[in-house]
Ligand binder design. Structure first.
Ligand SMILES: Nc1nc2c(c(=O)[nH]1)N[C@H]1C(S)=C(S)[C@@H](COP(=O)(O)O)O[C@H]1N2
Ligand SMILES: [Mo]
Length: 423
């Protein structure tokens, strides 16, 4: 425990010194003194890191393969993945800052040089055979900018176990496997048109350049890839090379990723290296055994491959956050849906007996979230349960209970958020 804390502190100090950690309102010298006092830095330290110490810190990194810093107050690490803490989003603005955006890696973030990168289009659905684009060629095509969420299909999965008593396999995300960014790139439709589509093309399968994935049973599933029906590929899909005004960061697909608005995150292939365009339907493990619904309430052999995301809501607050009684607190949060815009959000501060409308702070938009707030003055000290329930323009309202599936996808039930009212 102590050693982990120390290791974390050392890492955070390094991040702070190279300007990648956030420490608003804290004097640099105070922070360094603070960390030194905790044993993070030798008392007489010149702040130069012994190479050996730095290497040890990296080797012990709790999220192997993620390149960006993962400060404890910003992320919860799950194996090769890291989810954003909702408490860290309060006051960050509409778009998730790149430094706080969750990372879902099947293996590890690869190092790809933008100068050497090529995108190859190939397959039976192309008229004139293989076509290649380099980054300059993509950048020369008409630019499209779109604000959209990327959200893992398993976001909220842990609540199947903790709220419904039904454990599901996979990463035990709370609600932080979502981020919203302003993506800039070129429409996939534009690239496909230039590559020359045949009339009988049906599926388009982007594939990542990260290492082939080996599942928990030891089976080699190959590189991460998932087919998109041509209709979606031609509609609103982007090949994105910028995220919130910056070149795509390494962990998020540098230099180019696919961005499939409103669909589950696995569709948005990072580090895309090639795209198969096919006149026959394509399958990959990511649209057959994975990313379908299996279980007693679903068809024998599984549901259709998953596409759109469900409706969800989250408070920008830690679980068990302390809130003083007798004071008015501005409870803030966000709600989103893959099926349309958010129409309304209701909040309950008494475990679901009474509900009142939250004030929406953004004009609702598709493919993204809306921020909201509601004032609350708790009267009595003790534990309390906050709930937020959204309704979207497709008429879907978050239910009390999600229909279970074995892999824990598409959790949409209202999440019970415990807080501690202090005296
Ligand atoms: N090449 C590749 N693309 C990928 C993945 C991956 O591991 N490799 N993970 C997918 C999953 S499951 C999700 S939820 C999103 C996560 O995107 P992010 O890491 O930028 O947040 O990327 C998707 N694209
Ligand atoms: Mo995902």
């Amino acid at each position: 425990m102590t050693t982990n804390e120390r290791r974390y502190d050392r890492r955070r100090l390094r991040q702070f010194l190279d300007g990648t950690a956030r420490a608003e309102g804290i004097d640099r010298r105070d922070l360094i003194r603070l960390l030194a006092a905790g044993g993070a830095v030798a008392a007489t330290s010149s702040l130069a890191w012994a190479p050996g110490a730095a290497a040890a810190t990296v080797a012990d990194d709790p999220a192997p393969g993620i390149v960006k810093p993962l400060p404890e107050d910003g992320f919860v690490v799950h194996g090769t993945n890291a989810e954003t803490r909702w408490s860290a989003l309060r006051g960050t603005g509409y778009h998730t800052p790149n430094e706080l955006f969750f990372v879902r890696n099947h293996t590890r973030t690869p190092t790809i040089s933008a100068a050497d990168w090529r995108l190859r289009l190939w397959g039976s659905g192309l008229r004139g055979g293989e076509v290649e684009f380099d980054l300059d060629a993509l950048r020369a095509l008409p630019t499209t900018v779109h604000t959209a969420a990327v959200e893992c299909a398993g976001n909220g999965r842990s609540f199947y176990a903790t709220q419904q008593g039904e454990a599901a396999s996979g990463t035990a995300w709370q609600l932080g496997a979502i981020g919203v960014a302003r993506w800039r790139g070129v429409r996939l439709a534009e690239v496909l048109r230039r590559a020359g589509l045949r009339r009988d093309a049906v599926d388009v399968q982007p594939r990542g350049l990260d290492d082939p994935f080996v599942d928990s049973s030891g089976a080699e599933l190959g590189r991460v890839r998932r087919p998109l029906p041509l209709a979606k590929a031609l509609d609103d899909v982007l090949l994105a090379y910028e995220m919130n005004g910056a070149p795509l960061p390494p962990d998020h697909g540098h230099p180019v990723r696919v961005l499939v608005p409103s669909w589950i995150g696995i569709a948005s292939i990072k580090w895309v290296g090639d795209i198969e365009v096919s006149a026959e339907p394509l399958y990959s493990p990511w649209n057959t055994d994975l990313y379908r619904l299996f279980g007693p309430d679903h068809p024998e052999g599984g549901s259709a491959p998953l596409t759109r995301q469900t409706v969800k809501s989250a408070f920008e607050l830690a679980f068990d956050a302390p809130l003083a009684a007798g004071r008015t607190h501005e409870l803030t949060g966000r709600s989103w849906s893959g099926a349309g815009v958010i129409r309304s959000v209701e909040v309950s501060t008494d475990g679901g007996r009474r509900w009142r409308p939250a004030r929406l702070k953004d004009a609702p938009r598709r493919d993204s979230w809306v921020r909201w707030s509601v004032p609350w003055t708790p009267r009595r000290p003790g534990s309390a349960t906050l709930l937020a329930r959204a309704t979207d323009s497709a008429g879907r309202t978050q239910p009390e209970r999600s229909v279970y599936n074995q892999q824990g996808y598409l959790f949409d039930a209202v999440v019970r958020h415990p807080v501690l009212v202090t005296g």
